[in-house]
Design a protein around this ligand. Structure first.
Ligand code: BV8
Length: 224
């Protein structure tokens, strides 16, 4: 039984990490064009660094919630038959114990060197322009996939979706592509599909089954 789970900002909401599109979401606080595009970074790197440095710092004050812990328990049962593909850039899946996590939109806890293209572990602010530990140049940017950039691990993700028996989407609004198209890809390959979300999403009609409620309640019930 091969399972692919896609998580979005909703899986971290009960940990206190704001989602992007809910009323008090992150995008509310910052216009998308201001922070999550390469052009925005070229135009105002300090604004973008401040946005991501603030989110990285905020990670220290939050903890995984029962949804993250439930998925870590599921991995203990299924081993390498389970892969979590997350759109989130936080490290809450890993802090709950999940080891098989693909961050398709990058990670707050690493930085990307624009000069040597290395991805390096980073836990403090990038706004003060530290030198890249690899090439020594001051060319580090947030290791986050912005709009218009190619998500990470796409070949591996497509391969996993094509061989999945079950695809589960948890806490994602189905607005951002290519993640929003994963359910159709999995269904076409014969997987059963399940959506766990507070409310219906942009792609709810594509799922075989939907359960409504907070991920912190739905995931442990589904897993256990
Ligand atoms: C690409 C990193 C080519 C930054 C992010 C027109 C049509 C179709 C596509 C496009 C188009 N125009 C442009 C595009 C492409 C574009 C796109 O999709 N734009 C959208 C806006 C239309 N996509 C891209 O540019 C992507 N790249 O397409 O490259 C390509 C493609 C394939 C192969 C090769 C090349 C790159 C997109 C990545 C952008 N970066 N994040 C950062 O984090 O700062 S996107 C950002 O939105 C986050 O990653 C986030 O994860 C993602 C999606 O949001 P969600 O996670 O779903 O969060 P959201 O707030 O929206 O929803 C929360 C959900 O949780 C809600 O449903 C809510 O009900 C639920 N919820 C809340 N609380 C709970 C809960 N559920 C359960 N329990 C709770 N307690």
């Amino acid at each position: 039984m091969r399972v692919v789970v896609l998580t979005g900002a909703g899986v971290s909401a009960e940990s206190g990490v704001p989602t992007f599109r809910d009323a008090d979401g992150l995008w509310e606080g910052h216009r998308v064009e201001d922070v999550a595009t390469p052009e925005a970074y070229d135009a105002a790197p300090d604004v973008v660094h401040r946005f991501y440095d603030a989110r990285r710092e905020a990670l220290a004050a939050v903890e995984p919630n029962p949804a993250h812990h439930g998925l870590a328990r599921l991995e203990q049962h299924l081993g390498d038959a389970l892969t979590v593909v997350t759109q989130n850039v936080d490290d809450l899946h890993e802090r709950a114990g999940s080891q098989r996590v693909l961050h398709m939109h990058g990670e707050l806890r690493s930085a990307l060197c624009r000069a040597c293209r290395r991805r390096v572990r980073w836990l403090e602010g990038l706004g003060h322009q530290p030198p890249c530990p690899g090439c020594g140049l001051r060319a580090l940017r947030p290791d986050v996939v912005w709009f218009g950039e190619v998500p990470y691990e796409m070949d591996r993700i497509v391969e996993l979706l094509r061989s999945a028996d079950l695809f589960v989407a948890i806490g994602t609004s189905g607005v951002v592509y290519p993640a929003a198209a994963f359910v159709q890809l999995a269904a076409r390959a014969g997987a059963r599909t399940l959506e766990l979300n507070l409310v219906s999403s942009g792609v709810s009609p594509d799922f075989d089954e939907a359960r409504r409620g907070p991920a912190g309640e739905l995931v442990p019930t589904w897993v256990d």
